[in-house]
Structures are given as C-alpha cells and as structure tokens.
Write a protein that binds this ligand. Structure first.
Ligand SMILES: [Zn+2]
Length: 259
C-alpha cells in the first residue's frame, strides 16, 4: 500500500472518530439537560399553582385541579361560580370599574375593571359595524340576588326558577366577571348583535356562558345574552370554531345544587 494513502486513511479514521464522539457528547447533553430542566419546571409550576392559603379540593374527570381560596373555588386557576361552586355571601368585585356611563343600560351594575376594559374594546369594534352593545346587568350583590330569586320562585315555582335564575351565592353575576347584554331577550341570537357576539366575543376573552344544548352540563337554559370573561386563550378553546362548549364540559365539573 502506498505510504501516502495509509496516512490519508488514518487521518480519515481519526476525523470519523472525533466526529462520532462529538455527535454522542452533544446528543447526550441535548437530551439530558433540558429534560431535567423541564421536570424541575413542571414541579415548580405545580407548587406555584397553589397560592398561600389555597387548598386542593379535588381533581376533575378531565384532570383539572379544583382549589379553594378564601371560600372561592377555582378550576385550573379560573374562578368558578355555578350550582356546585358558590361564592361567599360577602364576595364583591375586587377592582370595580365604578364610572357610570351610557355603556350601562340601567346604570350602577359595575363590573371588574379588566372586564369592563375588554367590554369597551368589544363595544367599540361592534359599533364600527353599526351594532349597539350595552350592559343590562353586571355585578349583582348577594342581597340583590336574594330578592330576584325569591320573586322568580313566587312567580314560577322553585323548579322553574332554578332553570333560569341562580340561588343567592350561586350567581355568576356576583363575581363581577360576567354580564348580560342588551336585556334578556330569548330572540337575542336572531339579532345582528346576538349573532356577532356569538362569533366574536371570544376574541376579547368572553365566552357564551350557557350555550345551546349544554343545559344538562351548565344547569341553565341557553342564554345568548350572558357572557363571562375568562381571557382570550381559554375563550378561544371554548368557542371551539363556532361549536361552543361549556366551562363545565371543558373542565369536567358539575353544576348541580346539593338539594
Ligand atoms: Zn346573566
């Protein structure tokens, strides 16, 4: 064999060995280090999810954690009010937007400031399409809900009232995170405003809280006018490309009174 050829062969072999060792070292560091980091991260996340004083109540059928802090229930960090998870009697919006404007149909039902700001954006975009949106009912105190519910029970009976009105403490209106728009009209979905809201509210972080066909999950009849703020990320998931799914279905939680 030619001497030069031997040298070249040895050189090529050395280069191959170096190259293979390099690949092995880098692939090891790539797989090991980040996975360790990821593990630590999820552990941290789990710990961070529980705030001071917050306790884990249960894990839902969909794997989300239900927690309780100051007698308020959260599912995956989202405040929940329904027939299973009530609010404490003294609960009020934390940072209310109290300015009484023409954005309210009747005035006085202030809601959380961040919710109001999102509503104002949505209202402004809607008005560009000649649509008029007004809050007909925002925050309702426990006491107001007592009177409202009792009136409905006196009028229609308890069973019927429970399908469209919440018992005191169980109304989402007490959270200051939800509102009714333009009244509570059964034909609202047939109006231009109702149709636009159905397809666009999620872009502002709002969900149609009681979708059609979800009565057995939400515990309430279809309400085309009642919206709840959950943030744009979750709202988009629940919008579900136009086939709204309820918070109850998404999280795998119930909405049923104990009695
Ligand atoms: Zn409502």
């Amino acid at each position: 064999m030619n001497k030069n050829f031997k040298k070249i062969l040895v050189f090529i072999l050395i280069v191959i060995v170096i190259f293979i060792s390099y690949i092995l070292v880098t692939s090891n560091s790539k797989t090991e280090k980040p996975s360790l980091k990821k593990h630590v991260k999820t552990e941290e996340k789990k710990k961070l999810k529980l705030r001071e004083g917050e306790e884990l109540i249960e894990t839902t059928s969909k794997g989300y954690s239900v927690t309780k802090l100051k007698d308020i229930y959260y599912v995956d960090g989202v405040l929940i009010v329904n027939k299973t998870y009530p609010l404490p009697e003294n609960y009020q919006p934390i940072n209310p937007y109290k300015e009484i404007t023409s954005d309210y149909l009747y005035g006085g039902d202030y809601i959380e400031e961040k919710v109001m700001n999102q509503f104002l954006k949505m209202q402004s975009d809607a008005s560009k399409k000649s649509l008029s949106l007004k809050i007909s009912s925002g925050y309702r105190s426990y006491k107001v809900q007592v009177d409202l519910y009792n009136n409905y029970v006196a009028k229609d009976g308890k069973d019927a009232a429970d399908t469209y009105s919440a018992r005191p403490g169980f109304s989402e209106h007490q959270s200051g995170l939800s509102f009714d728009l333009n009244g509570t009209n059964e034909n609202f979905i047939d109006t231009k405003e109702g149709k636009w809201l159905n397809d666009n509210c999620y872009k502002y972080g709002f969900i149609l809280r009681f979708p059609s066909g979800s009565e057995d999950k939400t515990g309430y009849m279809y309400e085309a006018w009642h919206f709840r703020y959950v943030g744009t990320k979750l709202a988009k998931k629940l919008y579900n490309n136009g086939s709204w799914i309820s918070l109850e279905e998404y999280f795998g939680i119930n909405s049923k009174y104990n009695d």
